[in-house]
Design a protein around this ligand. Structure first.
Ligand code: N01
Length: 544
């Protein structure tokens, strides 16, 4: 069976939902294919205890509807997963989006039919769909990485992955729980799991640098001020590297000042004496280390900050041996996505929490009753994988995309992702990726990045339609030049420091080409480049 549309969208997360809203207004027939049973994407799948966003909710929200902005109320400054999923559901209901979505349906192949200039999406429901345009709104962190550990299938207890957490409640009361991984997901989950479980064993391979998250409830006056200034805030987001405004609510309490020379100097860790650095930490907290600007481009400054961080972890964790294991020593601040926590280090002071360093004592196998390291067996009722994702390229490659002349995306990307502006690939006409590799993507407020991409794609489709152009794809040279630029800007940062191994680089997945995937040059610069393409009628693309 086959169904026709103007635009096919894969994924009903925030990107897929906004695509429906935006494209439907253009009179286009939009069909969205979604593997889950409801909307929400990341926030649908990541239901693990403690899941929460690290961007303030008043900013991690859509700006396309002033009515939505005014009516929605966030309970906390940084909202938890249930509240963000609630927001996604509200959007689906308010804008009547669900009727465009085929839920519980996974795209199994995405194929360009050259003779008809159509994209065909085959699905596991047996129905295939055809359309002129196809938008991959598949998310950047949507393919969970489950490491292959010998004997894992033999484990007789319950097994979960943080990125595929079930909808039903998971009762951990009195149980012996183990968690593998100490990245962002685990750092959020561990304090919650420790309070729910009888006993928690944390299998850590690489310690993190994590700083306490802002845990404030929403202040009504702040919310009101945001809501009164939303147009200005949305405009400010467009001019900020990370897509987050520099709007400061309650201005009378917190005047915004330009830094004078002395203050600017104090933002360099090297300019301060050791006692001044510690004093600053004592006054402003651990997160204040992240405010030093020189730590992101000066290895020496970076190591001063790392050492200060380690010293402060030692102050927090009572058992010196446990504290020692928690000290990140093999890489510096700024290499990985900054992790935020609620009581992470304090959790290791609890009697029911055990930290196992699997770098020192590797996991040999998982058996029926638990995890066996080289020297010890840890009996478990529940094993949780918090082992991350095949980021940015995983979902695109898993979709089995085939472009012109039978070239697969896997072939095109065998040495790493090559795309222009993270929006399109040469050889794949009329196929668009949302927040794809080579765009600011995961380094930007994701909702701002999504709106910008969907708007660009929608405007592009309008241009093609109005000018009777049947297809668009970037020139080969444009994408190669762009990828060189993406790599060049990354080279100047700690993200690609020699000691750095992160999912941004694909380093967490065995055999994955090592290339820095997101664009670190900043959202405003990137957006201007996208706008230039449109204003100049797509000079870096071939329009057929
Ligand atoms: O995944 P990760 P994540 N044996 O890849 C370990 C976003 N996010 O899901 O570092 C033992 O960071 C691995 O160890 P190592 C955010 O962008 C945001 O936590 O490879 N351990 C690491 O400790 C984030 O960056 C939010 O040595 C193994 C962990 O598993 C991204 O998602 C919240 C192993 C994976 O950490 C991914 O975070 C949550 C093995 N075989 C997530 N394999 C917020 O908004 C892997 N590990 C706050």
């Amino acid at each position: 069976m086959s169904d026709k549309a103007d635009v096919l969208v894969i994924g009903a997360g925030f990107a897929g939902m906004y695509a429906i809203y935006r494209l439907r207004h253009l009179g286009l027939k939009v069909v969205v294919i979604e593997a889950g049973s409801d909307v929400g994407g990341t926030w649908y799948w990541n239901r693990y205890p403690g899941a929460r966003c690290d961007v303030p909710s008043l900013e991690y929200s859509f700006g396309f509807s002033p009515e939505l902005e005014q009516e929605w109320e966030w309970p906390e400054v940084f909202s938890a997963q249930p509240d963000i999923l609630h927001y996604a559901n509200h959007i689906a209901d308010r804008f009547d989006l669900r009727r465009h979505i085929k839920f519980n349906t996974r795209a199994t192949a995405v194929t360009y039919l050259e003779h008809s200039n159509q994209w065909q999406v085959s699905t596991d429901s047996g129905v295939s769909y055809c359309a002129t345009y196809c938008i991959m709104a598949t998310g950047c962190l949507s393919v969970p990485n489950k490491p292959e550990i010998s004997g894992a299938d033999h484990f007789q207890g319950e097994t979960y992955h943080t990125g595929l957490w079930p909808k039903h409640p998971v009762d951990l009361t009195g149980k012996k729980v183990g968690i593998i991984g100490t990245g962002s997901s685990a750092v959020q989950a561990i304090p919650e799991l420790a309070t729910q479980a009888g006993h928690l064993t944390v299998f850590q391979r690489t310690p993190v640098y994590t700083v306490p998250a802002n845990r404030k409830a929403m202040n009504k006056a702040v919310e009101d001020e945001f809501k009164s200034n939303y147009r200005q805030i949305r405009a400010m987001q467009q001019h900020n590297r990370g897509g987050v405004s520099t709007f400061r609510p309650l201005k009378s309490m917190r005047p915004t000042r330009r830094l004078d020379d002395q203050q600017a100097q104090s933002n360099n860790i090297k300019a301060l004496k050791p006692e001044q650095r510690q004093q600053r930490l004592d006054q402003r907290g651990l997160a204040s280390i992240l405010g030093f600007t020189d730590i992101y481009n000066d290895i020496e400054a970076n190591e001063i900050a790392n050492e200060l961080f380690r010293y402060n972890i030692k102050q927090r964790v009572r058992d010196p041996q446990v504290a020692e294991k928690l000290l990140p020593k093999t890489y510096g601040l700024g290499c990985k996505r900054q992790v935020l926590d609620r009581d992470y280090y304090d959790t290791f002071n609890r009697d029911n929490v055990l930290l196992v360093d699997v770098q020192e004592n590797p996991i040999a196998e998982i058996n029926e009753t638990g995890v066996q390291t080289q020297t010890q067996h840890y009996e478990l009722d529940v094993l949780i994988y918090a082992t991350g994702f095949d980021a940015m390229t995983g979902a695109l490659l898993n979709a089995n995309i085939t472009g012109r002349a039978g070239q697969t995306l896997a072939e095109k990307w065998q040495y790493g992702p090559v795309a222009y502006l993270g929006l399109q690939m040469h050889g794949f006409p009329n196929l668009f990726t949302v927040t794809g590799p080579g765009s600011p993507s995961v380094l930007c407020n994701m909702l701002v990045a999504i709106e910008q991409h969907i708007n660009w794609i929608a405007d592009c489709i309008v241009y093609l339609r109005d000018n009777q152009i049947s297809s668009i794809e970037p020139n080969k040279n444009s994408e190669l030049t762009w990828i060189d630029h993406v790599n060049d800007v990354a080279k100047e940062t700690m993200f690609t420091a020699p000691t750095c191994n992160s999912w941004y680089l694909g380093a967490n997945i065995q055999g994955k080409p090592r290339i820095f995937m997101p664009y670190v040059g900043g959202f405003p610069q990137y957006r201007e480049r996208c706008e230039q393409e449109q204003e100049q009628h797509y000079p870096s693309f071939t329009l057929a």
